[in-house]
Design a protein around this ligand. Structure first.
Ligand code: SAM
Length: 274
């Protein structure tokens, strides 16, 4: 198997702390309080690893294509295609790439093949450790928070944050951390949930959100941190399918509506100014 260090632009985490998960040593941010808990990553105050037995992981792996398929149909997968376009345009084999809050790490499929996929994740499941970290040597993941990224200043060329900043308590610190670790001119791709869209007004907000952003609010926070909007779009038409039919999920279509409240997502390409 290829060694992880043979991928270009593998970032060095500024921590010596590690945690053993499913036989792998995962780096952990020095100051992060971690636990093994089913809430890790879901609860914005609980960081760490969600335990899954190897039986559960095997069963989940068997149905993973179905889970992915339903995510593609119902979820926000279409957001990745906008990011994929920006990655194609701006990333090359010299790009130091970082994803914050990567979830299932599926965005890595759009990166140039030669480069490492660096990621800061607050809560990871043992299932994803077995499915991704144990198998894909290009993945370089640290358990940590965007509020205190364990990286040196000016070390990153491109960042992705997909549907994660509405979960981060000190989002302004998170945005300023992005600017700190990025080189001047770096590209930062962000999607956040519209906290005042028709879906939220009708169903109520996702219980895990700690921020309900408007476009103006989020843009102002990003600009204050030193992020300049290069491109922006609003997308995601909510389809009010009865919850019982789709297992409690929400269905969205990749449609751009004129009214802000008819779009579930705000999508940005920022340039780092410093
Ligand atoms: C809604 S999920 C989105 C996952 C993935 N980006 C996607 O689009 O499917 C939010 C993710 O952000 C992570 N997260 C939450 N708070 C975080 C923090 N402070 N720092 C880094 N990641 C965080 C969660 O663990 C989770 O993986």
């Amino acid at each position: 198997m290829t060694n992880g260090t043979s991928f270009k632009q593998r970032l060095s985490w500024t921590t010596t702390r590690t945690m053993e998960v499913c036989g792998l040593k995962i780096p952990v941010s020095e100051s992060l309080a971690i636990s093994r808990s089913g809430d890790a990553g879901w609860d914005s105050n609980v960081a760490g690893v969600r335990p899954n037995s190897s039986l559960k992981s095997t069963m989940k792996r068997m149905i993973w294509p179905v889970i992915r398929f339903s995510e593609n149909i119902l979820g926000h997968q279409f957001l990745q295609y906008t990011l994929a376009r920006w990655i194609r345009k701006y990333a090359n084999e010299n790009t130091a790439f970082l994803e914050c809050g990567p979830g299932d790490m599926s965005l890595r499929r759009f990166l140039p093949r030669a480069i490492a996929y660096n990621a800061v994740e607050f809560g990871v499941s043992e299932f994803q450790v077995r499915r991704v970290l144990a198998r894909d040597p290009r993945v370089n993941l640290v358990l940590g928070s965007i509020e205190s990224i364990p990286l040196a200043d000016n070390s990153v060329d491109m960042v992705a944050c997909v549907e994660m900043l509405q979960h981060v308590p000190d989002v302004d610190k998170g945005l300023s951390e992005l600017v700190r670790v990025c080189r001047p001119g770096a590209k930062v791709m962000v999607t956040v949930a519209n906290g005042h869209c028709v879906k939220v007004k009708t169903k109520g907000a996702n219980k895990h959100f700690v921020h309900l952003f408007t476009e103006a609010d989020f843009r102002a926070r990003a600009e204050r941190a030193g992020l300049q909007v290069l491109e922006h779009e609003q997308v995601g038409k909510w389809v009010p399918v009865p919850q019982s039919l789709i297992g409690g999920h929400s269905m969205h279509l990749p449609i751009h509506s004129k009214a802000e409240e008819d779009n579930c997502y705000f999508v940005y390409l920022f340039g780092v100014q410093k």
